[in-house]
Each structure stands twice: as C-alpha cells, then as structure tokens.
Design a protein around this ligand. Structure first.
Ligand SMILES: *[C@@H]1O[C@H](CO)[C@@H](O)[C@H](O)[C@H]1NC(C)=O
Ligand SMILES: *[C@@H]1O[C@H](CO)[C@@H](O)[C@H](O)[C@H]1NC(C)=O
Length: 524
C-alpha cells in the first residue's frame, strides 16, 4: 500500500524503452557489461544475455523499470552470426549492507559463491557479505573460524569464467536456477527459534528485499535455501516458523543442506566443469551482519543493518509500512482478515495509522511453563490491577462513548496458531516478560497507541524486542518492577544475575498506570 507515482514510473518505462530501441543497437558492442571473448569465438561479440527473466518476463518488472539494468534481447542485437552465443552475465551488486546483499547473476561452483566481474573493486569486502556459516560464540577462535575463505566466496574475471565453463551456447555449462532466491547462510543455531527466524531473519530479509527494489514493489520470491540446515533445523518446536513462512510466502520452495549438497556435488564431483547461476539472489549472513556497526556495536540486531541502513539511504520508509504485505498475508492465512482495521493512508506517516474500534491489552503469561517468569504474587497483583483498570475504563466509556477496553490474559501454548495470530491482529498493547512470548509483536496492527511493554529483571536489558517494536513503528516500554524506560532513556544492554530468573518482580499498579497515563495519552 505504499503510495507511488504512476506517471513517473510510466515515464521511466517509456524512457527505458526508447533507449533500448534506439540507442542500444548502436551502442551494444561497446556496452560496458558485454563480455568479449574474441579468442574462442573468432571475433564474434558475445553480449550479456537476459537469461534470468526470459522464462518469466513479468516476474521481475523492475528490471526494465529501474533503468539501470536495460538488457538486450537477442532480437535487439544485430550480429552477423546466425546463432548468437550465450555465455553468462557479469555479476552486479543491486544493494548491500553488512550481512545483506542482493546480487544479479551470482554463480556457485563446489559450494563457493562466485562473483564474475571485470571490476572486483565495485564489490564490498567479502567478510561483509558472507562467512563460513559456522555456529557462533564469542571466543576469539570461533570468531576467526567464521571469517570467510576463498572456498566460501571468490571473484573471477569474465575471462576466467569463460575458460572454466565454456563460452558458447553449444558447450554451455552454466545451469540457471530460474527465478529469485533467498540464500540464508546461517547454521540452525538461530534458525529454530520463532523470534530469530521470523522477527529477525525474515523481517530483515523482507525489509532488504523491499528496499533493494525501491522505488518499485518487491519482486516475487521463488525459493529459500538453507545450505547449513537440515529440514528440521529451521523449524522451531511450536511450529511457528513453518506456519509463518508458508502463510507469508505460499509459493516459496525450500531447499536445505542435502539439496544444496546435490548442487555442490553436481559441480565438483563431475568430469564436466559446470556451475550454477542465480539470476537474482539475496544472500543473508548473520556473522557478516555482526561485522557491521549497527548490529555489531549498537543493537545486536542483524535486521537493523538492513532496516536502519536502507532508511538512511531513503530506500525504506520509517515506521515499518514495508512489513505489511507479510503481516497481512499471515493475518489472512489465520482467518484474521475480518478483523483487519480500516486503513487510512495519507501523505504523512502520522496519517497512516490503522484504526481500531477497541483498545485491546494482551498480557502473555509465562507463569506455568517458562523458566523466566514473574514472582507468583506479582503476577496475581498485575492481573488484578489490569482487570480493575479495564473495568473502570469501560464504566467511563459508557459515559463518554469512548473506545471499549478489552483485556486478554493468555498462555500462548493453550491457543492454536490461528488463534494466536488473530489475537495479535487485535492487540494494541502487548505485555509480558522478556522472551519469545513477545515475538507476536510483528503481527500487531500499527495504531496510534500500539505498544509493547516488556518486563525485565531489574537492571537487565537487551534490544531484541525493543528494536523490533520501534522498527515496526510502535512504542516500546521496558519495565523494572515499578519504573519504566522508553526510547529517550533506554539503558545499556546488560544481563545481570537474575536476568533468566523465575522470580522476576513487577509492580502491577505501575503497569496499569503506564498503560492509562502514558500509552492512552498518545491518542490525544
Ligand atoms: C571444493 O571445495 C573444497 C573445500 O570446500 C576443496 O577442498 C576442494 O579442493 C574443492 N574442489 C574443487 C574441484 O575445486
Ligand atoms: C517493587 O516495587 C514495589 C513498589 O514500589 C516495592 O514495594 C517492592 O519492594 C519492589 N520490589 C523490588 C524487588 O524491588
């Protein structure tokens, strides 16, 4: 629902078309990306060929619209040979921040990602794009072991590539993996966890995918590859990762480690030197993201490199509107669509809040099952205070015709996935102890008073839910017993003894007061 200007876009299209027709026929032999391999072709000129988009002309409309990528079709090229030879396209960098990179025309041989380029200096340092994909800890040996080697990624000149894989159509040994690919280079360590998978990896990937295509809509995604994970490795215990991925991207095909090995073996253990070609690919790498400034030294959120990095380049909107296609797809999947609030889109961000006719507080209680939980009496007092607040507000509402207040006290594990999503789709204030129970914040509507209240062991703080809440345009409040903090006074990351405690204190009246005085104030 991002507003765009059709007239400008049309103009670009027309311009691109005109350029293509009238200029490129003349300029083609001198186009900088053309690969000229005269020795093997007796002077014949080989031009970059639009392999990826041929079979799916409408899959990537932005290839034409962007103008930066005006491709030549064989009809456009007037060369004397009856059969124009097709080799491969040089790799180009569409967008990059540490840990997130979109390439056109990336290659793979023997598990090594290969950039084919006559200007290697136009690419960032490889350590900001990839790693060995090993599980991470903070020992110096492990940090060193995650630094990429030439076996993880390498750069070849077009001549080297042509020498290895053949230059002509007839002996072509480049297999194109048609369509658009997400390549998640991470080990299962952080995959099998709803927060890290959906609220960090997918959120980061989608933001980057959207921003890289800016100002055009994001192209479809055809497959995701997890080269270091088994089929079970990316699935979390409650099953939310697979639920979410299938709901958000129903056409997506998933490949895992054994599938990747098939591709590796097909190149390396063969008497034919062949390689795979990925026309359009997003490479995500957690270790590489941690080498960036935002993730590495500010908030430890890999998605921040993408979201904050692309906001700084004006490729992404502030306030998380870019996330809505994913969120709305999951709502729809869960049958929450009837509850989708009215959307009011305007030129200014403040006008793009969603409307709800109720004010809904959802307290996710982890008292029965989770290790990290509240002191039982504090939990009881919190419930009493919330109930009293809601009863009082509804009594006032009868007088003032205001919004109806709703309180849900839930133990997520007693609800189905559909019920959990539907609940999140109606929640304005999500309240709970620091932990995965707050991950559903990525499915909340963004209203004027949408907020997440996260209870920490006093003195403790980490950015996981705080950054994610703000990235999606909502307010975050951290609570230490009877005090709270928010963006203006967020503390330093700290994991005191007790951070994982099963007797975390919280003062219920302080939370009720925070909701009534601070959050509802945002309305006026
Ligand atoms: C394939 O990669 C491995 C390292 O992962 C390397 O030891 C081996 O020599 C490579 N094989 C070829 C044919 O390049
Ligand atoms: C929490 O706050 C309440 C109210 O100020 C106070 O009575 C209680 O002692 C505090 N608990 C802790 C553990 O600090």
């Amino acid at each position: 629902m991002i507003l765009r200007s059709p007239s400008r876009r049309d103009a670009t299209l027309i311009l691109a078309g005109a350029l293509c027709t009238h200029l490129l026929t003349i300029l083609a032999p001198f186009a900088p990306q053309a690969i000229v391999i005269s020795h093997s072709l007796k002077g014949q000129v080989i031009l970059e060929h639009p392999v990826p988009y041929e079979q799916a002309p409408d899959a990537l409309p932005e290839a034409d619209i962007l103008g930066e990528d005006i491709r030549l079709s064989e009809e456009d090229i007037d060369i004397s040979s009856s059969k124009p030879a097709v080799v491969f396209s040089e790799t180009t960098l569409v967008e990059h921040v540490p840990g997130w990179t979109v390439f056109r025309d990336l290659y793979m041989f023997n598990g090594t990602l290969l950039i084919v380029s006559s200007s290697p200096s136009s690419f960032p340092e490889i350590r900001y794009m990839t790693s060995t994909g090993l599980a991470a800890d903070v020992t110096p040996a492990n940090i060193a072991a995650r630094e990429p080697t030439q076996w993880n990624m390498d750069i070849l000149s077009p001549e080297q590539a042509a020498q290895r894989w053949g230059a002509t159509t007839e002996n072509r040994k480049i297999m194109s993996v048609e369509g658009n690919t997400l390549l998640f280079n991470d080990p299962p360590q952080f995959l099998a966890h709803y927060y890290h998978f959906c609220a960090e990896l997918l959120l980061g990937a989608w933001s980057f995918w959207t921003g890289a295509a800016h100002p055009n809509p994001p192209p479809p995604i055809h497959r995701a590859i997890f080269p270091h994970s088994s089929a079970a490795g990316w699935r979390d215990h409650p099953g939310f990762n697979s639920y979410f991925l299938r709901a958000a991207l129903p056409s997506l095909t998933v490949e895992v480690d054994i599938d990747w090995q098939d591709r590796v073996v097909a190149t390396a253990e063969s008497d034919v030197d062949r390689a795979w070609h990925f026309p359009y690919l997003l490479l995500a790498d957690r270790s590489a993201a941690f080498r960036g400034r935002l993730c590495g030294s500010t908030n430890q959120r890999t998605a921040s490199e993408s979201v904050d990095g692309l906001i700084a380049r004006s490729k992404l909107d502030v306030g998380g509107l870019w996330w809505r296609p994913i969120r709305d797809a999951v709502w729809h999947f869960a049958g929450a669509t009837e509850n989708v609030p009215g959307v009011k889109l305007g030129g200014h961000l403040d006008e793009e809040y969603e409307e709800t006719d109720k004010f809904t507080i959802t307290y996710v209680s982890r008292q029965r099952t989770a290790r990290r939980r509240l002191i039982p009496e504090d939990h009881e007092l919190l419930v009493t205070e919330l109930e009293a607040l809601v009863a009082r507000k509804n009594a006032e509402m009868t007088l003032t015709k205001g919004k109806e207040w709703v309180l849900n006290i839930v133990r997520a594990e007693t609800l189905t996935k559909n019920e959990q999503v539907r609940l999140a789709s109606q929640t304005n204030v999500l309240l709970g102890v620091h932990g995965n129970g707050l991950s559903h914040l990525i499915l909340m509507p963004r209203t004027q008073f949408s907020a997440v209240i996260e209870i920490f062991y006093p003195g403790g703080f980490s950015h996981d839910y705080e950054w994610t809440t703000r990235a999606l345009g909502m307010k975050h409040f951290g609570v230490w017993n009877d005090t709270y903090f928010t963006q203006e006074n967020t503390p330093k990351v700290h994991y005191p003894d007790g951070f994982q405690s099963s007797s975390i204190p919280v003062y219920g009246p302080a939370i009720a007061n925070l909701i009534e005085r601070r959050i509802m104030q945002e309305q006026s």
